[in-house]
Design a protein around this ligand. Structure first.
Ligand SMILES: Nc1ncnc2c1ncn2[C@@H]1O[C@H](COP(=O)(O)OP(=O)(O)O)[C@@H](O)[C@H]1O
Ligand SMILES: [Mg+2]
Length: 314
């Protein structure tokens, strides 16, 4: 059994300011309260701020110390937070070039992350659809896209999901020129392009044979994306997850799952410089209980999946 299946979670979403870092932190804190050993990883290599949210001003160690081999093991850069059971690997935007780690560096980070002593590891990703961000997103078996009900955020979330699918397809078919050309056409879907959806791409793949068609579908089926709609002010705004799901289904052939919504919370917004305090007073916050519900759902699903696929050691 693939032991990282339930362990690694990436939190992305394309747009800055939608609450990816807040979701990482508060979802992590809720998961920790439910008894899980949690490690947050600030993988926003250009604008890291998770440490500031938990009140660490100058991180003693960051992910950069591991990438640049100033420490021997990744465990040395894991720091405690004010929340029991929740630790943190701080981000590193201070180092020139760090926003663009090489492929081998990334692979080393990935391989070491999955060995960390934790039940759940949450990766807080940067904004945008750069290769690095998408690679972290694709690497994690569990993928959360955070969006808000704003139209620009919805567009960005969809763009992020689309970029992830086509990056995945490029990885799978990049060395096969005919397939790669069709994938490129679908991903750009320029005006007048007939291959403008995964279904059309599948049709176009017919000329490459059934096996290739099958591989194409498998890539899409393996890409399990979950949504969290953040900063909801009115109940009807929760529907944006249905809109994204149906567009992703129609155009990208993806089954996108809705994890839940988080209310816009004045207490949270006013506490952004003192999230440790916010976490300590969780009862008064509406968003706090939304995070708890989502965390509870995640834990329940993990239990179910472990019961269906017990690990050989159990
Ligand atoms: N549910 C919420 N209610 C109120 N304000 C929120 C909520 N979620 C996030 N915010 C505010 O949005 C801002 C951006 O959040 P952040 O997590 O830093 O975004 P990102 O990591 O996506 O760039 C924060 O300053 C925070 O105060
Ligand atoms: Mg952030």
């Amino acid at each position: 059994m693939d032991e990282i299946k339930n362990k690694l979670w990436a939190i992305g979403g394309g747009k800055g300011g939608v609450g990816k870092s807040v979701v990482t932190l508060l979802l992590g804190a809720s998961l920790a309260r439910l008894g899980n050993k949690v490690i947050l990883v600030d993988a926003d290599l250009g604008g890291s701020n998770l440490h500031a949210l938990v009140g660490i001003r100058y991180p003693q160690y960051t992910l950069a110390d591991f990438i640049n081999k100033r420490v021997e093991t990744i465990d040395e850069v894991v720091m405690d937070t004010p929340v029991n059971n929740m630790r943190l690997i701080c981000g590193a935007d201070d180092i020139l070039g760090m926003a663009n780690p090489k492929y081998t560096q990334k692979t080393r980070v990935f391989n070491n992350l999955k060995r960390l002593d934790a039940d759940l590891i949450l990766l807080d990703l940067g904004a945008g659809t750069s290769f690095n961000t998408i690679d972290f997103f694709l690497y994690a078996p569990n993928k959360i896209v955070v969006l808000t009900p704003q139209i620009t955020s919805m567009q960005n979330a969809y763009g992020f999901i689309k970029a992830s699918l086509y990056r995945r397809l490029n990885d799978a078919f990049g060395k096969e020129p005919e397939a790669a050309e069709l994938i490129k056409r679908a991903s750009f879907s320029a005006p007048g392009e007939s291959i403008d959806s995964l279904a059309r791409l599948y049709e176009a793949f017919r000329s490459l044979g059934e096996e290739q068609q099958e591989r194409l579908l498998n890539c899409a089926n393996e890409l399990k994306i979950k949504l969290i709609v953040n900063m909801v002010k009115e109940s009807k705004e929760k529907n944006v997850s249905n809109i994204i799901s149906s567009v992703a289904k129609n155009y990208l052939g993806l089954d996108v799952e809705n994890l839940g919504a988080i209310q816009y919370d004045n207490v949270l917004n006013a506490s952004i410089n003192n999230m440790a305090g916010f976490l300590a007073n969780r009862k008064e916050s509406s968003a706090g209980s939304n995070f708890y519900d989502i965390a509870y759902g995640i834990v329940k699903n993990i239990r179910k999946s472990n019961a269906l696929n017990p690990s050989p050691a159990a």
